[in-house]
Design a binder for this molecule. Sequence first.
Ligand code: NAP
Length: 291
Amino acid sequence: MAGRSEGLALESLWHAPSTAPGDGIDVRGGLLPADLAALYPGELAVALVNERPTVIGNFVSSVDGVVALGPSEPAAGGGEISGFSAADRYMMALLRALADVVVVGAGTVRVGTRHRWTADFLAPTLATALAAWRADLWLSAQPTTIVVTASGNLDPAHPGLSAPDVPVIVATTPAGAERLNAQPLPANMKVAPVGSNDLVPAGAILELIRGTGARLALCEGGPHLFGEMLRARLIDELFLTVAPQIVGRAKAHRLGLVEGTSFSESHGRWSNLLSVRRAGDDLFLRYRFER
Ligand SMILES: NC(=O)c1ccc[n+]([C@@H]2O[C@H](COP(=O)([O-])OP(=O)(O)OC[C@H]3O[C@@H](n4cnc5c(N)ncnc54)[C@H](OP(=O)(O)O)[C@@H]3O)[C@@H](O)[C@H]2O)c1
């Protein structure tokens, strides 16, 4: 299945009356320029947290809550969940266009062998309009990609890690840094050994984000990384696409995987619904988490 929902706009069905931020709150985004608004009418704006970078998440889920098929089908990614929905790709492109930083886990990078974590990769025909929007917002030409890995098991020649115009930071452990630094690295890549043992704590990821001067980071998962960020209460908003398929597998991955937590110590959090959009059979939900 390719190009599901091609050409369909994300029509607004509902938004919370209180989405306009109050005085003194900085906002990233706003009304979209005409070229981009044709497929996303209205406004896309994120209220920014003052004391730290704002972190938003973006996932596509099946109706039964599956975001990845899991270890039995390691080569399958979000595309298999969305049915390669063009509207979902456009939503992702707009969020990347707004972000200073895109954060992804190494599992997601290893699956997306040809991926680049930029807006133009997802919507190449709108690359000029997306770049112009970033320029209007005084953002750098491309968001920085931050990849999180304990092992350092990444191919530095991966197109998403080696494109000269996209700054890349690998957040890793000392052992991961040693593994990476043993190979020739592209000039755009910096290795940051900020973790220990087999973990890069969410707080260390936040500090790396902050160190780039970013105000808005987009965490695209996968489920393990997103779980760590959720558990640390560092996710401010979630943009969730619900794709109209039922996967029906017990061992598939859900959002926010954290091993070994009981419900009482779970990272689960309540959130407020901010908006609902629709493109064909795809639903686009936006939640803001309680702080
Ligand atoms: N539906 C969607 O919207 C969506 C979004 C993103 C990804 N996905 C899919 O999810 C699947 C991958 O799932 P996943 O849970 O394995 O993805 P993941 O979180 O991207 O990758 C897990 C790996 O990332 C590294 N990692 C994550 N958090 C870490 C931390 N706090 N400290 C150190 N290392 C950390 C580790 O890498 P090392 O093993 O190198 O140490 C870990 O094995 C893929 O199929 C992908 O396509 C779906």
